[in-house]
Structure formats: C-alpha cells, structure tokens
Design a protein around this ligand. Structure first.
Ligand code: ADP
Length: 643
C-alpha cells in the first residue's frame, strides 16, 4: 500500500495551531462537530439514494457509531454516509476551500481572535477540532458505490499521510488517538452526556456498544466466589432523534434551539433570535429560522454563506443552503424549512422556478421582516446589534424587492447630524422631528462620518437645526437611486442640485437679498468661471454655506464622486462629470476678490484665488487636488504677502 506524505496548505496549518492552542475552552464540542459531519454525509447519501437505490442496498440502516478502545485509548466515530473520494479528501481535509480565507487568517494573526473566538467557527473548522483532544487522527473513508478507499493520517504538525485502502464498507471512520489530558473521552458516561447535550436532535441514531457486567457481587462489591462472569454488550442509541422543528415550540428549550442552530449553521456562537413557526393554509410548511449574532467574514462574497437554509421534504433532507427559499438580502438567515408539498426529486434548477417554493419564499420573507419590525420596537438593543451586523445586507432589499420595499424602509437606521457617532435614527423618527416647513428628507453621502460631518454642505442645515442623514455605507449609493419616497417625502441630497429651505416668506426675503448680491458679484462670478472652465460646470452663489468660502455640488441628475469611486472600483466606465462650484457671498474672501477685480479686471490674483477656492472645496470632501505642488506654492505666496 503506497503511502504519500503531504504538506497542509499554509492556512490549514495556521488554523490547526489556533484550534489546538488557543481556541476552545469547551473541548466537548469536537464530538458535536464530527457527529454533525457524519450526519451531513448521511443526509447527502440518503438524497442521492432516492434516485439510485443500489447505493445503499448493502447497508440500508443509516447510523453513526461510537467505538471506544480502553487499551489503545482511542475513540472512533463511524458513519455509513456518502464517504469521500481521494480528491474530495484532499480538498476537504487538506485545504480550506473558502475564498477570503487568506485575508481572514491575516486578521486572525493580528490577534483579533483572542477576544473573538467565535470568528473561527465561521470557517467550518469542524473536522480540525479533533486535534484539540487527539495527538493523532486517522480517517478512513470509502465513497458509496465505489470500491476504492483511502486512509488519511496526521498528527496536526504540518503534514498528513495519505494511502489507499483501509476500509471495506462505505462511509467514513475517524479514530482519535486521545492525548494525555483527554483520555476521559473514552468514558461511556461522558460520551452519552455529550451526545445528549449537543447532538440529541441528529436525525440518525448515534449508537454505542454499552458493556454491562451483571456478575453477582458479594457484600464488598467483589465478584461472588465461584460465580460465573456475566458480561453483556448491547448497542444503545444515545440520542432521541427528534427533529426539533417538528416539535411544539413550547416543548423546546432555549439550549436545544441553540445547539441545533450550531448544528445547521456550523457557527459557534448562540443565535441572536430564533423564529419557529408553522404556516398553515394553502401551502403548509414548518420553519425554524435563526438570525445569527455575528456576520460571517465572507458575507459580501458571492460564494459565501455555505450553510443557509436546509430544505426538507417529508422528513428527508434535500439540500443545505437552499438559495431559492430566501431573497439574497436575507442571506444571513439560517435554519430549516420542511414542506410536504414538494416532490422529493427536486434539483436546485427546478427549485428556482417552482411555484410552491416561491410561495414559501414569500411567506418566509414576510415573517422575517415582521419579526425584525417587532424586534425593533420591543428589543431595541437586540435590533441594534442585528443592524450593526446585517444592516448593510438588509439595505440591498430596497433595490431588489419592490413588494417589500416599504417594510424594509421602516427597518432602516442611519446616523445623522443629530445623532452621536454610532447611534441611529429611523426614517420614522426623522420625519417625526422634521422642522416646520421642511418638505424633504435630507441626506449627505460620503465615505465616513468624519468626512460628512465637517462638510461645508451641512453648514446651513446646522444653523437652521435641520437634521441630515449620513449615508456613509457604500451600499447607500445603490439604494438611493431607487429609494423613492418615505411617508410622501422625497429624499434629497444636500450636495446635489438646489436646496429649498425655509418658509415662503423667508424664501422671498432671501431671493431679494440674492438678487442684490448676484448683481454685485455678477462679473466676478463670470471671471471665476472662465478661469476654472476646465474643472467646473458652473460657478454660482451659494445658499448652503455659512462659514466656508466655497463648496462643490453635483448637478441634478449627474453622478456624484462617491458613485464615481464605486464605479471605478468595479472597473466600470465612469462618465466625466464636472460639478458646480458654489461661493459664499457673505465670506470676506469673495468681497476681497471683488475689490481686486473692480480695481484691476486683469489682476492675476483672481485666477489664483479661484483655483484656491476650487481646491479648498475638493479638500473639504477629502478629494485630492489636481496639482498639489501648485496648491502649496499658492498658499506659500499668500503667507508671504500676509506678513
Ligand atoms: P464543514 O463541515 O463546516 O464544511 P469540516 O472541516 O468539518 O467543515 O469538513 C470539511 C468537509 O469535509 C465537509 O464539508 C465534508 O465535505 C467533508 N467531510 C467531513 N467529514 C465527513 C464525513 N464524515 N463524511 C463525508 N465527508 C466528510
């Protein structure tokens, strides 16, 4: 039998080191992980066998069996599931196939896991947790319907050995050579306890040979003299196998929900919320759904969310991560849906088009949104913690789910010019505290709170105490395009187009004043515009500035710089858009320029100062100036003159 020695991929070794040395205070969970893997492997075979009965005819009773060897100090977990081919063994056990892993490992190395051990669970390190209790692990596997088998062995020290042969029945067996401190995992009582606690709901029997010694004993507890030794070995099932979602809600304990969550989601933390219900009526199904407490590291990667919703039909597992059951913007939800109305032989492709699945999706979506609404009203803390983790994903719904758009709007939260950093306001609260005569919902977009908070665009709003929402997530730009109205009020960017503040009377007064100053500065404005014609679309006097001398605004219908950046990051063509430079008529700089201009229409300082006003406007938005050396030169010149 040829044996090959292979190195683990670097990230696997790093992960192993973490698992072995620092991660879990609760070592018992290694058994839960291995039993979950076995149960998944049987699920997959059972589904495959629906269309190919021969696969299981040699051994039709699915089960997971634990064996202990008191002499060798080993614990073996064996299943008659689907097994693994050599390729599968190498990709599943020798590498971590998820994208983003390398980057994530970097984060781990920076020490973030010390406070956040649950992060690691997002990987599905399940199998590797065996190394917490064993100093050598031997895995033997034989794929169903195949006559090849493979033996894999490793001491978790950088390499593993792979050889052919080793198992004559289908399925996988994993032998743990228990290390010194963890020898008690061969004690029957402990195993029984752990299975009951963590894997009670596993659908297949988890069995074990239980040895009973009924030899008659004397008063001192020793075998009676001359009595025959009477030892019986019986196979016992350690778990109740009750599908938790089929049980009445009132009978399921919180811990049971929690353990089941960990089983389906391969997450290590308790869920934030459990939603368990049965839908009755035209379409009947049972759903046990969970909102996780933490977002996975790869939530924004296309291939992320491996363990989403499991679909069962008539008590049979059909598939995990059934995307058709949930819209993408709810992809963080985990759990199980079981329906008796679907045929057993459904495939992913068929599901996407299936009318019943569409109905279930609709109902599940409505349920989740309404639970979120209740949570928002009744348990604010929980909702905030949910929103911080998943708000960004939920927002995508505004763009894609027309039918539920209004409900999603109600669930959104934003920071604003009237909230402290990290605190939020909902649209409802915003509209309730709108000032008299305010007709629109104002917002500003930008890359961070710091960037928007000091924006000159906000000046007049601060002065008039009008609240402005801060849209500072990249996704905000996308949802704004199709957002529409909220409660009959339009959303309006304070950095785009004209703004229309104040009562009719105030506006009339402002218009009169504006007319006066526009007359005064008309020629200067024209001059500034000529000297900046390469860079800006128009120069005009501003209504929104109180302290700053200038700012840039995007014309109605044009693309703003944040959006341009997003497009550029996605390698999309970005149309060239010039913006409008607004000048503050009550700023002394404008008056000074006007004086210079009146004295000498050709004064070169006008062009220099125009350039500086433009550069300042860029800088306040965090955008680099076109020619920094020249900018520095102009500023130095001014400083010299100011002596
Ligand atoms: P996860 O279960 O989260 O994917 P694991 O590291 O526990 O992560 O397992 C990696 C993969 O190895 C599994 O997804 C599965 O494909 C395969 N695997 C693990 N255990 C078994 C088993 N008992 N039978 C068949 N395949 C298995």
């Amino acid at each position: 039998m040829a044996t090959e020695k292979k190195e683990f991929k670097t990230e696997v070794q790093q992960l192993l080191d973490l698992v072995i040395h620092s991660l879990y205070s609760n070592k018992d969970i290694f058994l839960r992980e291995l039993i979950s893997n076995s149960s998944d492997a049987i699920d997959r075979l059972r589904f495959k066998a629906l269309s190919d009965k021969d696969l299981i005819k040699d051994d039709p009773e699915f089960r997971i069996k634990l064996f202990v060897d008191n002499e060798a100090k080993t614990l073996r977990i064996e299943d008659n599931g689907i097994g693994m081919t050599r390729d599968e063994l190498e990709t599943n056990i020798g590498t971590i196939a998820r994208s983003g892993t390398r980057q994530f490992m970097e984060e781990l190395k920076k020490g973030k896991t010390a406070d956040n051990p649950e992060l690691i669970g997002q990987f599905g390190v399940g199998f590797y947790s065996a190394f917490m209790v064993a100093d050598k692990v031997t895995l033997k596997t034989r794929p169903a319907g195949s006559d090849e088998s493979w033996t894999w062995e490793s001491s978790g020290d950088g390499s593993y050995e792979l050889s052919d042969g080793g198992r004559d029945k289908r399925g996988t067996e994993i032998t743990l050579h228990l290390n010194e401190e963890n020898r008690d995992y061969i004690v029957e009582f402990r195993l029984r306890q752990i299975v009951k606690k963590y894997s009670d709901f596993v659908e297949y029997p988890v069995v074990m040979d239980i040895t009973r010694d009924d030899t008659p004993l004397d008063d001192e507890g020793k075998p009676k003299e001359g009595a025959e030794k009477k030892v019986t070995i019986t196979e016992e099932t350690l778990n109740s196998m009750k599908a938790i979602w089929m049980r009445p809600k009132s009978e399921v304990k919180k811990e049971e929900y929690s353990e089941f969550y960990k089983h389906v989601s391969h997450d290590y933390t308790d869920p934030l919320k459990t939603i368990h219900y049965s839908a009755e009526g035209k379409i009947e199904f049972k759903a046990l759904l969970y909102l996780p407490a933490k977002a996975p590291f790869d939530m924004f990667q296309q291939e992320g969310t491996k363990h989403g919703i499991h679909l069962y039909v008539k008590r049979i597992f059909i598939m995990d991560n059934c995307e058709a059951l949930l819209p993408r913007y709810l992809r963080f939800v985990k759990g199980v849906v079981e329906s008796n109305d679907l045929p057993l032989n459904v495939s992913r492709e068929i599901l996407q088009e299936d009318a019943i699945i569409k109905q279930i999706e609709k109902s599940v979506t409505t349920k989740i949104l309404s639970e979120l609404k209740t949570m928002m009203k009744k348990s604010e803390e929980d909702y905030l913690s949910f929103y911080r983790e998943f708000g960004k994903v939920l927002k995508e719904g505004i763009e894609v789910d027309q039918a539920n758009k209004d409900k999603i709007k109600e669930l959104l939260l934003f920071e604003s010019s009237k909230t402290e950093p990290g605190k939020y306001v909902s649209l409802k609260e915003y509209t309730e505290r709108m000032v008299l005569d305010q007709k629109e919902i104002y917002y500003i977009t930008g890359t961070s709170r710091a960037a928007v908070e000091n924006s000159p665009h906000l000046e007049v709003f601060k002065k008039k105490e009008i609240e402005v929402l801060f849209m500072i997530e990249p996704v905000d730009e996308f949802i704004l395009a199709g957002f529409g109205e909220y409660d009959g009020k339009k959303l309006k960017s304070i950095a785009q187009g004209d703004i229309d503040l104040g009562s009719e009377e105030e506006k009339k007064l402002a218009d009169e004043q504006k007319k006066e100053v526009s007359g005064k500065y008309k020629k200067l404005i024209k001059k500034v515009q000529d000297s900046l014609k390469e860079d800006v679309k128009e120069v005009r006097l501003s209504d929104r500035l109180t302290d700053s001398a200038s700012c840039l605004v995007t014309d109605e219908g044009d693309m703003n710089p944040q959006m341009e950046r997003i497009f550029a990051a996605m390698n999309q063509p970005v149309p060239e858009t010039k913006r409008i430079l607004e000048l503050n008529p009550s700023h002394p700089v404008i008056e000074t320029m006007n004086e210079l201009f009146t004295a000498n229409k050709k004064d070169p300082k006008i062009a220099d100062y125009s350039e500086l006003l433009y550069d300042q406007a860029l800088l306040t938005e965090g955008i680099a100036v076109k020619n920094p050396a020249r900018f520095a030169q102009l500023i130095s010149d001014l400083m010299v003159q100011a002596k």
